[in-house]
Design a protein around this ligand. Structure first.
Ligand SMILES: Nc1nc2c(c(=O)[nH]1)N[C@@H](CN(C=O)c1ccc(C(=O)N[C@@H](CCC(=O)O)C(=O)O)cc1)CN2
Length: 288
């Protein structure tokens, strides 16, 4: 009979015996490993491990006991940062959008067909444009207008909503407002942005027009964690598409929107599957 599948995500200073200790802990409980990924950053001397394993634990109490046992017998020994995620958990996710719909639309579609392991807690925007689309999916839409000179108050409403809904991730799906250092601190590693260029190229506003003026032959998109340095957060995923001299800036933008949507969906799925580790100003993504 298939048992509950738990996900273990852990990182620590690299040393001998980490994989043996993790796999031995699981085996000693009669657990069955169904997925295992491990990476060592030699420069940083840091080890990253992700495993999915079937276990007899089922109730909340048994899950807490499993987590406590791992902490006592493995995590403490290696000073690990770790989490053991119970089965079938979907990451509670708030989406922020401004006027453009392509990334939001793609997230809503992928969520509705079960391809994204997230639970959308709502959509928040500084505009009304996307209300009907969101409410068609039966989701709450929150319009928080930015009054001139009162942007911090609007941002505070977003942070309150994030907390009140028990959200664990904020997706900036072409949300065109810069988050303050305070918001970045509160969210810390729980906010993902899609930038419409292949960073570090063409940071900031209007990257497709910048690319057109530069005469590029590739355009791209970048999904990254949000920090106080605009478009400088750790990169989670990127992709590109070929363009040529016959295309206008508007055609670059239309072509780029498909790449943005694909890249953002990959990044959200990998984050929600606990595959992404921040590693300094970079990430480690254990996809295999
Ligand atoms: N703290 C951060 N906030 C945001 C980031 C980030 O990396 N760190 N990414 C942006 C998204 N973005 C490009 O991808 C971007 C959005 C907005 C702007 C900008 O100049 N916004 C102006 C207002 C523009 C308007 O009102 O239409 C501003 O906020 O003053 C630049 C880049 C999302 N936030």
């Amino acid at each position: 009979m298939k048992r509950n599948a738990y996900t273990l995500k852990a990182s620590c200073t690299d040393t001998v015996g980490i994989v043996a200790a993790v796999t031995g802990f699981i085996a000693d409980r009669g657990g069955l490993i169904t997925e295992m990924s491990h990476f060592v950053d030699d420069m940083a001397q840091k080890s990253f491990i992700r495993t999915v394993f079937e276990d007899d634990a089922t109730s909340d109490d048994e899950t807490r006991a499993l987590q406590a046992a791992f902490k006592e017998s493995v995590a403490r020994r290696f000073a690990m940062t770790f989490s053991i995620i119970p089965p079938n958990q979907k990451l509670r996710t708030l989406i922020a959008v401004s006027r453009q719909s392509h990334c939001l639309n793609s997230l809503l579609y992928r969520w509705s067909d079960g391809h994204l392991p997230i639970e959308i807690t709502g959509v928040v925007s500084n505009h009304e444009d996307q209300r009907s689309r969101v409410e068609w999916y039966g989701l709450p839409y929150h319009h928080f207008r930015i009054e001139p000179g009162r942007k911090p108050e609007q941002e505070a409403r977003i942070l309150d909503l994030f907390e009140e809904t028990g959200s664990q991730l904020l997706i900036l799906a072409r949300y065109m407002q810069i988050l303050t250092p305070h918001a970045c601190s509160v969210l810390g590693g729980r906010a993902i942005n899609i930038h419409h260029s292949f960073l570090p190229g063409f940071k900031g506003a209007r990257p497709y027009h910048q690319a057109f003026e530069r005469g590029v032959k590739l355009i791209g998109a970048t999904a990254h964690y949000v920090n106080t340095e605009l478009d400088e957060g750790p990169i989670i995923e990127q992709d590109v598409v070929r363009v040529d001299h016959t295309m206008t800036a508007g055609e670059l933008e239309r072509l780029g929107q498909d790449v943005e949507s694909v890249v953002l969906n990959r990044a959200v799925r990998w984050h929600a599957e606990h595959r992404v580790f921040e590693n300094g100003h970079r990430t480690v993504v254990l996809r295999h």
